[in-house]
Ligand binder design. Structure first.
Ligand code: NAP
Length: 436
């Protein structure tokens, strides 16, 4: 009997799960995505100028070379078909739809125009079809100083894209109108805020170091932030120690004459965003660790920094799907080794299983572990009773051939500019390219 498996979400976790199943005898895998294209965060998250990480898409794409793996794009599970529909048509369903929602700061002024979520800015510069191609053009044209809140790798990506010479970004697959908006950008200063100390930042050293190597960009760190707080936790972390060394060197640099600058502020907790009609300034509270290692406010130390925009880069959050058991606090589907609690035949992998952490490769192991659980349950899985093809007969599914046509169209667009590819930045363009 052929084991039929549906995967919901064609990002890295979904494709790693499909790859891990494809080599098992007598398995058929359908990978669904609400977008017309697969790749998820490899396409719409990983920074376009990080060519080597983005290159993983060629590896992931090979999964569709297997004759027993199909892509079913442009299908929104929950809207076009229900999860019950899938469970009725497959022995097993693996949810790998990630963590798409931004987290909220919960401070006054957060909703002012000019206060934006990093997830939206990243979606825009990577050409996500849900983002308006012109979304941040005016903001960039009218902002000289921008605050980025959070000190993770997404904050580093956003900061780099904001200050990097847009000419250098021309070699990426970013849509041309995004490059043009970045070329016209007036941004000269990016302030990056960490609410805890430099040892607690969650960025990785390679990504951090890159900021200090950008031509025409000065990086500043206040030497006061680099005095190690004896109460600061996590001193044994090797990445943190390497980050600290990089930041310490930057703290000794004398201010240069560069056109653009990045200023790091640690122990700086945003408490409000202010402006009459749009963002004009950010108020931050100085923090410190107390003797128990808890973060506390330093009395009387609140500063106001004039900025034209605020980018909130404080992590992603997963969303529930229908009545699937969900841990609201962690933003993950409740599961044990990838098996969804109380739902035979339903599994999870990736960020919606463990939360938004790790690098792309982390999802390979994670997806393989879920597939192991699924295969161990093989003899007790529910029997499918319907056919998904019949259910979707009147729906415009973008299949593997459609995706390959989109891929070819993006490469053709790129070749006009002497490069590998250029992302098509709208659902209409993608769907049209699928039929060429
Ligand atoms: P992240 O690493 O979890 O960083 C979130 C940051 O937001 C932390 O500095 C956190 O500080 C801060 N934060 C959270 N709540 C806050 C609040 N209320 N006020 C102020 N600051 C707050 O998340 P991410 O940057 O979104 O990255 C998500 C995942 O993708 C990570 O695993 C990351 O490594 C990965 N990623 C990797 C790459 C790459 O490898 N090149 C690129 C992009 C993303 P606290 O620690 O104090 O909570």
């Amino acid at each position: 009997m052929t084991l039929k498996v549906a995967i919901v979400g064609a990002g890295p976790s979904g494709l790693y799960a499909a790859e891990s199943l494809a080599s098992v005898a007598d398995v058929h895998v359908d990978v669904f995505d609400r977008l017309p294209v697969p790749m998820g965060l490899v396409r719409y998250g990983v920074a376009p100028d990080h060519f080597s990480i983005r290159g993983v898409r060629d590896t992931l794409d090979k999964v569709f070379d297997h004759s027993n793996v199909r892509f079913l794009g442009n299908v929104d599970v929950g809207r076009d078909v229900s999860l019950d529909d899938l469970q009725n048509a497959y022995h097993a369903v693996i949810l790998t739809y990630g963590a798409s929602r931004d987290r909220a700061l919960g401070i006054a002024g957060e909703d002012l125009p000019g206060s934006i979520a990093a997830t939206d800015f990243v979606a825009w510069y990577t050409g996500h079809p849900d983002s308006d191609p012109n979304e941040f053009r005016d903001l960039l044209a009218h902002s000289r100083s921008i605050a980025v809140i959070g000190v993770g790798n997404v904050a580093v990506d956003v900061t780099r894209i904001l200050v990097k010479d847009a000419e250098e970004l021309s070699a990426t697959d970013m849509p041309r109108h995004v490059i043009d908006a970045l070329k016209a950008s007036q941004v000269r200063q990016v302030h990056v805020f960490g609410r805890r100390g430099p040892m607690q930042a969650s960025f990785t050293t390679k990504e951090l170091r890159e900021l200090g190597e950008l031509p025409g960009v000065d990086v500043h760190v206040d030497s006061r932030d680099m005095v190690l707080d004896p109460n600061s936790p996590e001193h044994s972390d090797k990445v943190a120690a390497r980050n600290f060394e990089v930041l310490k060197e930057w703290a000794t640099r004398t201010p240069g004459e560069s056109n653009r600058a990045i200023q790091f502020h640690f122990y700086s907790k945003p408490i409000s965003i202010e402006g009459s009609h749009a963002v004009q300034r950010l108020h931050v509270q100085r923090t410190a660790f107390d003797a128990t290692g808890a973060l506390v406010d330093v009395p009387g130390e609140v500063v106001a920094i004039d900025v034209d925009a605020v980018v909130r880069s404080i992590g992603y959050r997963g969303l529930p799907l229908g009545d699937v058991p969900f841990d609201d606090e962690r933003g993950v589907v409740k599961n044990s080794d990838g098996r969804v609690e109380g739902r035979p035949g339903l599994y999870v992998a990736g960020w919606i299983k463990r939360g938004p952490s790790g690098i792309i490769g982390t999802n390979k192991k994670d997806a393989a572990a879920t597939v192991q659980s699924l295969l161990a349950d093989r003899d007790s899985l529910p029997t499918p009773v319907t056919s998904i093809d019949a259910l979707l007969a009147n729906h415009h599914v973008i299949d593997t051939a459609g995706w390959r046509a989109i891929n070819a169209a993006e490469m053709a667009e790129g070749s006009k500019f002497g490069q590998d590819r250029i992302t098509l930045h709208s659902r209409e363009l993608l769907v049209a390219a699928a039929s060429t």
